[in-house]
Write a protein that binds this ligand. Structure first.
Ligand SMILES: [Ca+2]
Ligand SMILES: [Ca+2]
Length: 250
């Protein structure tokens, strides 16, 4: 511990004053430091809570409480005052049916500034735009430096959501964003043309305006004025030949 002293740093007229840091329970950790990071019940001889300097810090990064103090680190900050580097490993840009769990988990990889994968690193997940459900909202990385959560879409068709993963302590936070949500309805085709041929067959053409259709349903109006689906053609098709018997030519 520093002792109370008065001195003048070389070449200046500044007087340096240092007060001794009290350690009333003699565990090597100053009272103020203990109270700041662990709460008011710590850091006094008569207090009900006592820390042991050689116990592992709650940060979960392998340092002891005493090592955190000696290195000037927050014993609750896994990342030791450094900003982690987050990367998306999987699960981004998924769009599923309403009110269903997306098939791929949202997976984040965590590294330190030197590029090393971090194990047991804490990451928080939150829905920062739109609706849906996340599980869980907090996790620690596994032995491969990865942590994952599942996302269940909202019941509303076409709803988009953003899930943000955040790690590190302010001001050294890092985050990445996943864009997920419900299936958008396909944009309808346009410019439909219909030609009735002399043999009774029909040729139809159209412009394909969508990139998420599963197929195009072909409908004809029957003698009762009702639309009947006679079949379908695959996604990205832009024409069809309908036989006189109302079947689709293959
Ligand atoms: Ca103490
Ligand atoms: Ca298409």
């Amino acid at each position: 511990m520093d002792q109370l002293l008065g001195s003048r740093p070389p070449g200046s007229n500044t007087v340096l004053l240092r007060a001794a840091e009290l350690d009333t329970d003699h565990n090597g950790l100053p009272d103020d430091w203990e109270r700041f990071y662990f709460g008011s019940g710590y850091g006094s001889a008569g207090g009900e809570q006592h820390l042991h300097g050689n116990d592992l810090a709650p940060a979960g990064n392998g340092l002891t409480i005493l090592q955190c103090y000696q290195q000037g680190l927050d014993p609750n900050d896994y990342y030791k005052g450094q900003a982690p580097v987050l990367g998306i490993v999987g699960g981004d840009s998924q769009f599923g049916a309403p009110n269903t769990q997306l098939p791929q988990a949202l997976v984040v990889e965590v590294r330190d500034q030197a590029g090393n994968l971090l194990h047991s690193a804490p990451v928080n997940f939150a829905i920062t735009a739109g609706d849906g459900q996340l599980f869980p909202s907090f996790g620690r990385t596994d032995g491969n430096g990865r942590v994952s959560v599942t996302f269940t879409t909202s019941p509303d068709i076409g709803a988009a959501s953003v899930v943000t993963a955040t790690a590190g302590s302010i001001p050294h936070q890092a985050s990445v964003a996943f864009h997920v949500g419900n299936q958008q309805p396909p944009t309808p085709p346009s410019g439909v043309t219909v030609v009735q041929n002399a043999d009774g067959s029909i040729d139809m053409t159209w412009a394909d305006n969508s990139d998420n259709e599963t197929d195009f349903a072909i409908q004809l109006r029957n003698a009762f004025g009702e639309w009947e689906t006679i079949g379908s053609v695959p996604a990205n098709t832009t024409s069809v030949h309908i036989n006189p018997d109302r079947t689709i030519a293959q």
